[in-house]
Design a protein around this ligand. Structure first.
Ligand code: PLP
Length: 423
């Protein structure tokens, strides 16, 4: 698993050829730091594993939507998987061709459907009968034929660390229930402004096991046979979604060669092109949140390390009770059991609880590991905290790829003089 973060002989954490101390001095803290090399290596490992069949990786850009990160992946040959009009805008801005874009999501608005039709994207992953009919109508108004895949809920058992990230079990909001999928396909084939191009699933996030993918694929291929028997001639794509696990603590990441071994024979036999939508797998381990220790504090028999980063900068520990390793940039021998917390006025503001952590002192740097995915993109301004900077390291160079927000940015959208209307 490529991470891009290694220690020198004297115990200083580097991101490829750049010291994190140097980044902190130049850019300030907190900041997200990403390794372009690690992103490329993760992409390539999956791309190579799937090479025996026609395939494309559509990077799920909700994991990390930074333009510079998107451009690294575009140069590797990736497409993207988007879930909003805002992501469509970003993807086009980063230089992706419309034919490199698939559009997922359980609640696409009419405006978003129109924008994506106008752009001419590769495929809509349609999640309901309502969406299918709405898309047919809008496409008709625009004189277009909308290319779609049906997102089917394969109703397989998935174990992920948190139930919020399970999406392919019976009875959740995602996808068309398996036993309604054939009817949906029949309907798609009859609608004049819909072109049924594929079948799609996405079973969850941070999935370790092969079985749910293999079981889901079997169900999708069975459905494909039934739909072909209805006379469908345009189905070309089989989209297995994303969700491949990475290492946060000591988990085995998804073994992409084993995944390929489990899936490719069936896909090859079907003659379909494979689409995957990896997000976390590509960027998760390639990023850290770099923060400075503000002080240590003892209270109520506990010890706290208070950092300048807070839950608004990285919400995963608080929102999913997710584990993230916390390490000193300059390694230290001595350790204590502490809570690592932020400055936000709320007790859910933590990165680690009752964790043995190196004895970092006020002013020293720490990193919160494996925050390249679902880190910055989930950050927010609570407590009027400006959003942090993002930095991309490529070899021995680094660049700020998102500037730190300034106080002016916090009030930019709020007019000083109100323009009242009546209604
Ligand atoms: C979030 C999401 C993904 C990516 O999930 P990861 O766990 O980051 O790989 C892929 N497809 C869809 C439809 C998603 O919603």
């Amino acid at each position: 698993m490529a991470t891009g973060f290694t220690r020198t002989a004297s115990g200083v954490l580097m991101c490829d050829g750049v010291s994190l101390e140097a980044i902190a001095s130049a850019v300030g803290t907190p900041a997200y730091v990403y390794s372009a090399r690690a992103i490329r290596e993760q992409y390539d490992s999956l791309d190579r594993a799937l090479a025996p069949v026609p395939h494309r990786l559509h990077y799920s850009m909700k994991a990390n939507a930074n333009l510079a990160v998107l451009r690294v992946l575009r140069e590797q040959g990736a497409g993207v998987d988007i879930v909003s009009g805002g992501e469509l805008y970003r993807a086009l801005h980063a230089g992706f061709g419309a034919d490199a874009i698939v559009f997922s999501g359980v609640g696409k608005s009419p405006g978003e459907l129109r924008e994506a039709l106008a752009a001419g994207i590769l495929m809509f992953n349609v999640e309901s009968m309502f969406e299918l009919e709405q898309l047919n109508e809008i496409a008709g108004e625009m004189g277009r034929r909308a290319p779609i895949a049906l997102r089917v809920n394969p109703e397989v058992q998935v174990s992920t660390p948190h139930h919020y990230t399970r999406t392919g079990e019976r009875g959740n909001k995602f996808g068309i229930p398996y036993d309604e999928a054939l009817d949906a396909a029949r309907c798609a084939l009859e609608l004049p402004n819909i072109a049924l191009r594929g079948l799609d699933m996405h079973i969850g996030s941070q999935v370790f096991e092969l079985e749910p993918y293999r079981d889901g694929l079997v169900r999708l291929l069975a459905l494909h046979d039934q739909i072909r028997a209805l006379g469908a001639t345009e189905i070309r794509y089989l989209d297995i979604g994303g969700g491949f696990a990475v290492t946060y603590e000591d988990e085995q990441p998804m073994d992409v060669d084993a995944l390929a071994g489990a899936l490719l024979p069936g896909i090859r036999q079907s003659g379909l092109s494979l689409i995957t939508e990896p997000g976390r797998f590509i960027v998760g381990n390639a990023g850290v949140l770099l923060a400075r220790v503000m002080h240590r504090k003892k209270a109520g028999g506990k010890e706290y390390i208070i950092t300048d980063a807070g839950m608004n900068d990285l919400v995963r520990p608080s929102h999913y009770h997710a584990y993230h390793a916390v390490e000193a940039v300059q390694a230290r021998e001595e350790r204590s059991v502490v809570d690592v917390v932020g400055p936000v006025c709320e007790s859910g503001d933590f990165f680690a609880l009752d964790r043995e952590v190196e004895d970092v002192e006020a002013g020293e740097l720490i990193v919160v590991r494996t925050t390249g995915a679902y880190g910055y993109v989930m950050s927010f301004n609570y407590n009027s905290r400006p959003r942090v900077a993002e930095v991309l390291v490529d070899g021995d160079r680094f660049a700020v790829v998102t500037r730190r927000e300034r106080y002016e940015d916090l009030v930019r959208l709020e007019p000083d003089h109100l323009d009242w209307s009546t209604g």
